[in-house]
Design a protein around this ligand. Structure first.
Ligand SMILES: *Cc1c(COP(=O)(O)O)cnc(C)c1O
Length: 463
């Protein structure tokens, strides 16, 4: 054998045919070869500096390359079991879709559909028409249109109604919805001029009234979805704002945020405005998200007067903000479920999760305990009662009772166990609290329970 260890390095082809690489998985050959070359280059460098080191054989190198392929070329977007107890988790994609919505997306994705075609006449039609029909039927509004999300809805509504004009908003409602969505900044982008009235805790009708001038374009109410102003506080009821708008012939815009199409008080959650009520009171335009309490895909829904909806649809930005066929299909299927409220509660995952009783969660929790207890690496597992949140910036001060598994490992700290769960397959997202990993069952689909057990078993095991 040569004294030069570099001579003993296996060739690329030998590695390609060795170990797990010999199975020829579905990794593109070019990617595999590139990784082998990288691995060999690193090895050459090491051997140059440390000629005494042992030279690995082809199967060993193939194994190394395979491990890298599996981790580097697997999808970056992966399914996650949501064990956080936060039903609308923005980082986890907010609302999971109902089965019929998933089916609609699949069908639309697979083939062609009458996206902008009237099948009766054979003529071109608007992609908004089908959704408009469902939204007017469900909310009682005259007309409706949909865009990419509620932020886009706000921009396009203000452009259509208030460009270069003032929009009057209470100082108590200048919301920031996470990161870059701040009402004052959105208004600036839209070209409307923000006219703040009142104070953080008190705004009276007279404050609005005094602010109205010929430069006023609209009055806007924004639901304080993700915070509450409590104590000595007063805001003007929507009905009074609408009355004011009527007297001054000004449109009143109501950003209700979550878009509740059912009454959430049935889940013990108070204070969420419903779209229907806002329409009934006579708001000119009502805006809300598709993927919050509505339980559908990401969308910004605008319902209200035909005259304003037509103006919005003529805005050139409509083209930039419009929904694609997949989202429209999912949204239509979700909206159709609401034609029967009982069916909506049964089939829309977010509503179903909010409606789960403690008893149901406890039964599942006890079954899980039995399965988890024997796992090697487990130090302790307990079923405990806890509180869950709606999330997605909805109902921030209200909690729901829930059941959680509190898990401790023998070898791993809670932080390590939680990281192992996140990076496993499927990924599991829980919380760490007081030295334990906390897994909330409310947001775990019952059919994911066996997967959760497997993931936990793998994560608990010693390396
Ligand atoms: C969530 C929210 C928005 C933003 O909606 P997206 O659909 O996330 O763009 C706007 N206004 C209110 C009141 C909200 O709660």
């Amino acid at each position: 054998m040569s004294n030069n260890p570099l001579r003993r390095l296996p060739a690329v082809n030998q590695i390609l045919d060795a170990g797990p690489l010999a199975q020829k998985g579905d990794h593109p050959r070019d990617q595999v070869v590139a990784l082998i070359r990288e691995e060999l280059a690193t090895l050459r460098e090491t051997l140059r500096q440390h000629p005494e080191r042992e030279v690995p054989d082809a199967p060993t190198l193939a194994q190394r390359v395979w491990v890298r392929l599996e981790s580097e070329l697997r999808p970056r977007l992966r399914p996650v079991i949501n064990a956080t107890g936060i039903v609308l988790h923005t980082n986890l994609g907010r609302a999971p879709l109902a089965g019929s919505a998933v089916e609609a997306v699949t069908q639309a994705a697979h083939g062609y559909l009458n996206l902008e075609l009237d099948l009766e006449t054979g003529k071109r039609s608007s992609r908004q028409s089908p959704i408009r029909a469902w939204l007017t039927r469900l909310t009682g509004a005259e007309s409706a249109t949909v865009v990419n999300n509620n932020a886009a809805a706000t921009v396009i509504v203000l452009r259509a109604l208030c460009q270069g004009k003032e929009v009057v908003v209470s100082r108590g409602q200048l919301v920031e919805i996470g990161g870059s969505f701040r009402i004052p900044e959105i208004m600036a982008v839209s070209g409307a001029i923000l006219r703040e009235v009142g104070t953080t805790n008190i705004t009276r009708l007279s404050d609005y009234e005094k602010a109205l001038t010929p430069a006023t374009g609209a009055v806007m109410q924004i639901h304080t979805s993700n915070y509450r102003i409590a104590g000595f506080t007063r805001m003007v009821p929507l009905a009074d704002l609408i009355h004011l708008g009527r007297r001054h012939q000004l449109p009143v815009i109501d950003d209700v945020g979550s878009g509740a199409l059912v009454d959430f008080e049935q889940f013990g959650l108070k204070g969420e405005p419903t779209v229907k009520e806002s329409v009934r009171l006579g708001a000119d335009l009502v805006l809300f998200s598709g993927d919050k309490l509505l339980g559908g895909p990401q969308a910004g829904i605008i319902v209200g007067r035909t005259k304003w909806i037509q103006k919005i649809e003529k805005d050139p930005l409509m083209r930039a903000f419009r929904l694609d066929k997949l989202t429209l299909s999912a949204l239509e299927a979700t909206l159709r479920l609401y034609l029967d409220e009982e069916r909506a509660l049964r089939t829309i995952p977010t509503l179903r999760m909010l409606g789960l009783t403690l008893g149901e969660l406890r039964v599942r929790g006890e079954a899980l305990l039995e399965r988890i207890r024997p796992f090697p690496g487990l130090k302790e597992v307990r079923l405990a009662s806890d509180v869950a949140y709606v999330g997605g910036g909805s109902l921030p001060d209200q909690t729901m009772p829930t059941m959680v598994l509190e898990v401790n490992a023998t070898t791993w700290s809670a932080g390590e166990l939680s990281q192992r769960l996140r990076t496993g397959t499927p990924a599991v997202m829980g919380r760490v609290r007081a030295g334990a990993v906390v897994l909330d069952l409310r947001t775990v689909f019952p059919d994911q329970d066996p997967l959760l057990v497997q993931a936990l078993q793998a994560a608990l095991a010693a390396a």
